[in-house]
Write a protein that binds this ligand. Structure first.
Ligand code: PLP
Length: 385
């Protein structure tokens, strides 16, 4: 009998159902989902209009390729451009975050005629060929992925970037809006502004990887919106489909793109596109970016000065809670005893909080109390008060 390839470290929970910020296991236990299946669930599990739109599209025209006009694709591009404030971009739809980054690299290289990419220490950009090479984690870069075409420099080190750009062979610099897997670490807004200007002055393209930090999660549509920059290539995935596999590259209309440069069989299929349109509508209708901002502030404020917590980082609903020690026991107590799911990061001390953008003030309060209790239980602190 075949099984799914055992490449994941699995929590011993089988989930069978979801609604908004709650998921249920096979025994009927409800869990508060502060992980969102890794920042994917933006508008809530089993969102009604989203599910209906996908079902209706499946029953009407479930698939056709990019060899014809598809109204669903035009609508999704329009919706993404509008909600992100980037109607000066066109949209190339693909299927996953890594694929979006691969296409952004390829486009940058075609356009500039240069072969090299600069990425940052701690970065995660996916697991396909160049995306994994741009990822700063030697454990997941296999020999076939090792390439001299990617150079890593330290986050916030502008002179190191300039040193690479001066060699005049850099097509693109890629940076996450906020580093997610790397432990919720941000470049400063000043660094992003200077990086944008530096790339422009050396003729390299800046790629903003907003795969985890986009879709309104930080309180603005993109994390880099807080710095007020307008990069010419932006990659998105995860939250734009709320669980339907879809990703995209937003490409500035000023870039010279021509027929045949990029292509995909499944990217931009009608079901994926109606999912994108419904997610954008639900974010606007529910004022979810404002909720992400408000609930994030609530959480950051509530966790300030809590014994056992070394630092709380992030923006909106992309938050890293760094404990004074490894977080695995606390995380286990949270899901086993308090029925709350949280995420991890490459730093073993960091709990990653990435809930649906619909989370309520009461649910945040419930998590804060549970975390304080779990910290006491795991004796990271003697007294929670
Ligand atoms: C910032 C970032 N980029 C790229 C990816 C890769 O996305 P995917 O797993 O859809 O290929 C991820 C996934 O976690 C991510 O967080």
């Amino acid at each position: 009998m075949s099984s799914p390839l055992p490449v994941y470290s699995l929590m011993p929970i089988e989930l069978v159902r979801g609604s908004d910020c709650t998921v249920w296991d096979a025994e009927g236990t409800a869990y508060l989902d502060l992980y969102g299946g890794h920042a994917v669930i933006s508008i809530g599990h089993a969102h009604q209009q989203w599910a209906e739109a996908i079902g209706k599209q499946a029953a009407t025209l479930g698939y056709y390729s990019n060899s014809v006009h598809l109204q669903s694709q035009n609508d999704a591009a329009t919706a993404l451009g509008k909600i992100s404030g980037r109607e000066d971009c066109d949209v190339f739809f693909v299927n996953s975050g890594a694929e979006a980054n691969e296409n952004a690299f390829k486009l940058a290289s075609f356009i500039t005629g240069k072969p090299r990419v600069v990425a940052f220490g701690g970065a995660f950009h996916g697991r396909t060929s160049l995306a994994v090479a741009a990822t700063d984690n030697p454990k997941i870069v296999s020999p076939v992925n090792r390439t001299t075409n990617i150079t890593h420099v330290q986050l916030n080190d502008l002179s190191a970037v300039e040193h690479e750009l001066k060699q005049n062979d850099v097509a693109a610099v890629i940076i996450e809006g906020i580093q997610g897997v790397g432990g919720v670490r941000s470049a400063t807004d000043d660094f992003l502004r200077s990086l944008d200007a530096l790339c422009a002055s050396y003729g390299a393209l800046l790629i903003l990887d907003e795969i985890q930090s986009g879709s309104g999660r930080t309180g603005k549509y993109f994390a880099h919106d807080h710095a007020g920059i307008k990069p010419s290539l932006i990659t998105v995935a995860k939250g734009i489909g709320n669980g339907f596999p879809v990703a995209a590259v937003l490409v500035s209309k000023t870039l010279p793109v021509s027929v045949g440069m990029l292509g995909t069989t499944f990217g931009g299929n009608p079901m994926a596109c109606v999912a994108v349109t419904e997610v954008a509508r639900a974010i606007e209708r529910g004022n979810l970016m404002q909720n992400a901002h408000d609930r994030g502030q609530q959480l950051i404020t509530a966790l300030e000065h809590v014994p056992g917590i070394a630092e709380v980082r992030g923006r909106g609903l992309m938050i890293g809670v760094e404990l004074n020690g490894p977080c695995s026991a606390v995380r286990k107590t949270l899901w086993q005893e308090h029925h709350i799911l949280t995420g991890t990061a490459s730093n073993p001390n960091v709990l990653r909080i990435l809930p649906p953008l619909t989370i309520t003030a009461e649910q945040i309060d419930r998590f804060v109390q549970a975390l304080k209790d779990a910290l006491v239980k795991e004796t990271l602190v003697k007294d929670a008060s």
